[in-house]
Every structure is written in C-alpha cells, then in structure tokens.
Unconditional design. Structure first.
Length: 558
C-alpha cells in the first residue's frame, strides 16, 4: 500500500518501471523503508560567499533530523545566494535581484524534478528569503520557511556597530572626518561571524514578515545565527512540515490577502526595508494574490511605527530578540486590532492561537506601546507625481526632514554618482538623480547603499535628496526615494529630466514632482533615445527582456 502522504513521490519510487530511480537513490544510502515514506526537500542557500549563509548547511541537517523523526525522508539540496554587502557598489550588484528569481526557479525545478512531497526552505541573505517563499507559493506543496538568523553586532569603543557603519564610515573618511586607521578598525570589527546583517535591514525585515504572514514558525525570526536555539527551530520546522503534510495545508492556504495585509502591518510598524515592498509584491504574484502599492499606503496611514530599530533607530535584531522578538511586536499589534489574528499559519493554528500563551515582557525601550509610538503612521510611504506616475518608495523611519526642493544633478549610473560624492561635489540642497538602474535598465535594479551611506557619512543625509529607479539597501536612510516607476529604460519621466530641473520630494503629502509642464515632458519624451545596454547575452540580458516594473514587484512571470 502506498503511503497516503506521498503526494507525488510515488511517481519515482513505486512500480517495477521505477527500479532505475530507486537504484539511484539507494546509491545514496536509502533503503526500501526510506523510499516508502514521504520524500521531503530541504532547501538551503548555503555557500561560502557570504556570512549570512555560511552556517546554513548545519541548520539544514537539523531540519532533516526533524523530518526524519516525524516519519519523512529528507533530501537536502542548495540554491544560489548573492551577498549584497560584497556585491554592493560595482557591476556584481546587478546579479542580486536577479538571484531572487533564480532561487525561486531552482527550488521549483528541484522539487518538480524529484517529485518531493513537501519542502523546507532555509535562507539567510536578502534575496534568498523572498526567493524561497516565492518558490513555496509557486509549488503549493506543504512547505515552511525558516530563517538562518541575524549576525551578532560588532563593537568599536564600546559601541555596537553593523555593516551600515562601515558603508557610512567610507563617506566620513572621504569627508576627512575619519582617519584611515579609524576606518580600518570599523572594517575589522563590524561583522564578527555568521548571520545576516544585524539591523532591521532587508534580511531581518523579511524574516519578521515571514512570521507575520504565517509561513514560518512563531519565534523563528529574531534569534541570532549562532544561538543554539536556531538548531531547535530548524528541527521543529522539519517536524512541523510533516504535520502540514498530514493536514494537507499548503502555502496558498496560508498566503491569503489577509496574511499579506498582516505582513504590510509588520513592515510599517517596525520601520522595515523599502525592499519589503518589492518582495511582498513579488510573493503575492506567486501566491495568486492581487496586491498593489496602494495597499501599502492604505495600511501605512493606520499603523503606528513602534519598533526603534536600525537604520532609522538605535537597536539591532539581537536587542529585539532579548525582549521577546517578533512575537512581542505581533502581540501588541493583535491586541490593538491592527493585525488579523484569524489567519492560518504553518503550525496548523491561527496567528492568535499561536500567540495566546505568549506573555509580553515588562515595558522596554525598543518596542513602544501602541498608544505612545515613535510616529503615528508607518514608515514606508508611496510617492506619486509627474516623476513617478506608477509610484515610488521612501522610508521615513528616523528621518526628520520630510520635504525638499532642489536642483537635479543627473547621473546615468551609480558609479558616476559615487565618484562625485567621494569628491565632495554634492552640496546641500542638491537632488541627486541616478537613473538607468531599474529592473530593465540596470539591468538588475542595483542597490545604492554605497552612494546613500557616503552622503550620510558626509553629513548630507537629510540635506540633499536622492531619487533613483534603482533601489536601496535596508541600511539606507535619509531623503532617499527608490523604485521610481516607470523606470528610465522604458521612457519613464525620470529619463528626460536635465541638470538644474527643480525637483520636489514631499513625503508628508506623498508627492514627487519635477517642475515641468506636461507639454515640456511630452516634448522631451519624443526626443528621448534609449542608451544601448552592454548586456546583450546571458542571464542579465534574459532578465531585462522578461522583468516587469518595480511597481509590480520586478517579477519574471510568463
């Protein structure tokens, strides 16, 4: 009798005609008993390219232990993952967002080819988190996501530091505010070991979202990578996957519109990365959910900012973990009726049921009370205007100056902009425009942390504005507007502005405009010529042909 939990693996394990497949699997040490159980894929983005992922092989083994103990046969495999911190600021960064699609594709292909009955996905670096969850939604087999964990903060002169401080120190050094020796000390001490970048940057933003959306176990987002609790989390995830198989609960049962609303509430309340907008739109596409940038703005207006997290605040993920982690934030939002407690989660229970036994610790200085928030509304604002008819995104967490009008300084790429920043050619009141860095135009929609952090390190973070059809690291803060849509490479208005044009960024009224008449914009657009791309072959050329607008998540869906 075929095990009823073998949803599709019987296609490779049952019948005389499958003897060759069984022979191949027995070469790996499996026996007939193993092959009679559900086959569970355990995917990780382990590699030695980034500290975010260098420990994930060990966590995958723990997840496999959980699968085995609960009656399944685990099969481990890996996907790619790009280090944003290492790729930042040069041509390599074009691969980062592309890797999100490749991660989703590779997990889909491995599970599809080998007919696994369910899958655990383990990821650590920025794009590997949404890429893994996108794969779960696309496959729609019983599946759970688990995060690899945050890095511990570094320390210089008794002060906690992160990779953000290194990028900003480069700007401080160029402005003569740091010596080369001081820069070296920060470089040597910022990243002490395994784990993802320590503030509420993109990885920790998406891990928090994984709990809020219900696709990860409660309490799995905030423990550090080196915490022994990580082993238990992964082992429990493997066991929980087998329970989902028994209950036949699938990712799209969990990833509902209401679950995505919860995710946006978490993003806004915690002051998360602008990349959260891009990734949630992409995840929603895979889950067959209609989500738009309007939903982010609608929810922002009713959700207070309550978590004092870097880069807009003071604290790192380790600090949040010490006071209760993501469940603490969710509990406060649930109690205020700002989150939907009835959504189904990977435990087989609702969000409210999961957190019913969770006791909020004594008041702390990291997560504020709903009644006394950091700000009364959320921190990711959608801007629109004649420069971004389809929308753009700015993060306001910790930003004091929310409006600026200035003269445009135009750069057709990140490198030229960084060169002028490093030579102190950007002055107070400028609006830096970096274009042809969108999904198609880059191609790859590079992050601009090198530029934004250098400006901040020079003391210009809130004295200048910056707009781009590219995007930002979660560590970016200041008057920085990304995801300008339509992008320059498809003839969006950002393509036709010139040096000296007056640009207004107004995060209070959600406006981004250039002081040009509609007639002038139309005239310039008629004379616009798309610059030739140097990427005519390979993965980046393929991506440029397939990718959609940032306002739609920059996805490659046929």
């Amino acid at each position: 009798m075929i095990n009823k939990l073998k949803i599709q693996s019987q296609e490779v394990t049952e019948g005389p005609e499958r003897a060759p497949a069984r022979a191949m699997m027995k070469a790996m040490g499996l026996n007939d008993t193993d092959l009679g159980k559900p086959l569970i894929g355990v995917s990780s983005t382990w590699n030695e390219a980034t500290p975010c992922n260098m420990h994930l092989d060990k966590l995958a083994h723990k997840a496999s232990e959980g699968v085995s103990a609960a009656g399944g046969t685990p099969r481990e495999f890996i996907s790619v993952s790009v280090s944003d911190g290492i790729a930042m600021g040069h041509e390599g960064m074009r691969a980062s967002l592309v890797s999100r699609e490749i991660i989703a594709d590779s997990i889909e292909l491995m599970v599809h080819a080998h007919r696994y009955d369910g899958v655990v996905t383990i990821a650590g670096c920025d794009k590997s988190l949404p890429g893994s969850i996108m794969a779960l939604a696309r496959l729609n087999l019983p599946g759970i996501f688990v995060y690899g964990g945050t890095i511990m903060p570094g320390n210089v002169a008794g002060k906690d530091i992160t990779i953000q401080d290194v990028f900003e120190a480069v700007g401080s050094y160029s402005a003569g505010k740091l010596t080369i020796e001081q820069l070296k000390e920060i470089e040597d001490n910022a990243c002490p070991g395994a784990g993802s970048c320590g503030g509420l940057y993109t990885a920790n933003t998406m891990s928090s979202i994984s709990e809020a959306i219900g696709i990860a176990l409660p309490g799995s987002a905030s423990p550090p990578a080196i915490d022994n609790n990580r082993n238990d989390i992964c082992k429990n995830t493997g066991s929980a996957l087998m329970k989902l198989l028994e209950l036949n609960i699938r990712p799209r049962d969990i990833l509902t519109f209401e679950a995505f609303e919860n995710a946006i509430v978490m993003l806004q309340a915690m002051g998360g990365s602008t990349n959260g907008v891009l990734h949630l739109l992409a995840m929603a596409k895979e889950a067959r959910i209609k989500l738009s940038m309007n939903d982010f703005e609608r929810i922002r207006k009713k959700v207070p900012h309550i978590a004092d997290m870097r880069p807009g605040g003071k604290y790192v993920m380790l600090d949040l973990d010490k006071v209760g982690g993501v469940p603490l934030v969710i509990k406060k939002l649930l109690n205020a009726n700002l989150m939907n407690g009835e959504i189904l989660t990977v435990t087989g229970k609702t969000m409210e049921e999961n957190l019913r036994e969770f006791n909020i610790v004594k008041p702390n200085i990291i997560v504020k009370e709903i009644t006394s928030p950091i700000s009364k509304s959320g921190t990711l604002t959608i801007l629109r205007g004649n420069l971004a008819p389809e929308g753009a995104v700015i993060k306001t967490a910790g930003v004091k100056k929310l409006q600026i009008t200035g003269n445009a300084k135009i750069y057709n790429g990140e490198e030229d902009a960084f060169m002028d920043v490093s030579k102190n050619k950007i002055i107070e009141g400028d609006i830096v425009v970096i274009r042809y860095e969108g999904p198609k135009g880059g191609p790859g929609m590079r992050e601009m942390l090198g530029v934004t952090a250098a400006l901040y390190g020079q003391g210009l973070g809130e004295k200048v504005g910056l707009i781009t059809d590219g995007r930002f690291s979660g560590a970016t803060h200041g008057l920085m507007v990304g995801h300008i849509s339509p992008e320059a490479a498809v003839g969006g208005p950002i393509a036709i502005i010139k040096n000296g044009d007056k640009i207004t960024i107004d995060a209070i009224n959600q406006i981004i405009n250039v002081d040009l008449t509609d007639e002038e914009i139309e005239k310039r657009t008629k004379n616009w010529i798309l610059p030739e791309s140097k990427y005519k072959w390979g993965v980046l050329a393929k991506y440029a042909k397939l990718v959609s607008s940032a306002s739609e998540g920059a996805v490659c869906i046929a």
